[in-house]
Structure formats: C-alpha cells, structure tokens
Design a protein around this ligand. Structure first.
Ligand code: AMP
Length: 177
C-alpha cells in the first residue's frame, strides 16, 4: 500500500546546498524537513504505511541521517532498531562490508547478533544516490541470516542509478529528483 502525502510540501523543505561537502556535489539538506513537525511526521508515516504495520521485525538505520528516520519508523512498527555504523563505532562483534565511493572506500558494520534467521528487516536511509551504501547494507543484513523485506529512502537521486544496485528488493522513495 502507498500512502498519499504532500510531496510538494516535503520537497519545499529539502534545501539544495551547492558544492557541499565538496565542489560539484549538490547536497540535499533535510534539516528543514526534520525541523518542521508536519513534514517530519508525514515522512515517517509514509514509510510506515507503505510497508505495513506488523510486517517488519527490525528496522536498520544507516549512520548517521538514516538513524533519524529509522528510529521513529521502528517505534511505529513495534519493531527493533538496528544501527548500521561506520567502521570502529560498534563495540561488540561485527560483520563488515567495504564498498567503493566516488573517491575512496567506505566500510559499514553491523553487530553480528543484531538480527538473524527469520527476521524481516527494513533498511532506512535519507538519500539513495549511487546505491553503494544501500547495496552494502543489504549484503550485511543478509549475512546475518535475516531477510531484507524492503528499503526506504526520503530522497532518490535517479540519475545516479542507485535503484539498479537494489533491484532484487522492494524499495520506496518519498521524493525523486
Ligand atoms: P550512495 O552510496 O552513493 O547511494 O550514497 C548514499 C549515502 O550518501 C547516503 O547515506 C546519503 O546520506 C549520502 N549522500 C549521497 N549523496 C548525497 C546528496 N547529494 N545529498 C545528501 N546526502 C547524500
């Protein structure tokens, strides 16, 4: 099921910041959307309704902006929240996945016991760009034995082709550019 939400209102609360964090990148700043009670709650509600209450056991948030959406989504589902963090931040035994960025590499980690067999997991992040982060998140969740039930993003930058990297999974983006 897909919920009706005011995409124009949400979009009006996403700010383009030119040349951040480096020249040539247009950064999608979601802080105005987070700071407005109506847009923050409708973004969270849209994700929850699209995947259906009761259908998700764990919600994985990707550090750091993914945490902001994943935690309230997990609360609404009555699901657990699982942080997926940059290398060296999680204190217990981890599984890790290294993937290519435009410049260099990035490593994400998950606690090895954070989810497992039989868990249906929803992965949440703020932006789907090239899809490298999302694909690494799927890989990590599946390595724990859990099943990726879907992915949700506030923003998808369609020209960067991230959807192809997660083509095996159900996914939902609130806003596409
Ligand atoms: P990617 O792995 O290329 O899909 O990049 C996704 C990750 O990078 C997400 O966790 C985003 O937070 C961040 N990101 C990538 N591009 C942007 C952008 N233009 N504006 C804001 N965040 C971005």
């Amino acid at each position: 099921m897909r919920i009706q939400f005011d995409a124009d209102l949400l979009s009006a609360h996403v700010r383009d910041v030119a040349d951040f964090p480096r020249e040539g990148v247009t950064f999608k700043d979601i802080t105005p959307l987070l700071g407005n009670p109506a847009t923050f709650s409708s973004a969270v509600d849209a994700v929850v309704v699209s995947f259906g209450r009761g259908s998700i056991d764990k919600v994985v948030g990707i550090e750091a902006r993914g945490f902001i959406f994943a935690a309230p989504v997990a609360y609404h589902f009555g699901a657990g929240f699982v942080p997926l963090r940059k290398e060296g931040k999680l204190p217990h035994d981890t599984m890790r996945e290294t993937y290519e960025l435009e410049y260099g590499t990035e490593t994400l980690e998950i606690h090895a016991d954070a989810c497992g067999d039989g868990d249906r997991v929803l992965i949440v992040d703020d932006v789907l760009a090239t899809g490298g982060t999302a694909a690494a998140a799927c890989e990590l969740v599946e390595r724990t034995g859990a099943q990726v039930a879907g992915l949700a993003f506030v923003i998808e930058l369609t020209d960067l082709g991230g959807a192809q990297r997660i083509a095996d999974h159900d996914y939902f983006s609130l806003l596409t550019y």
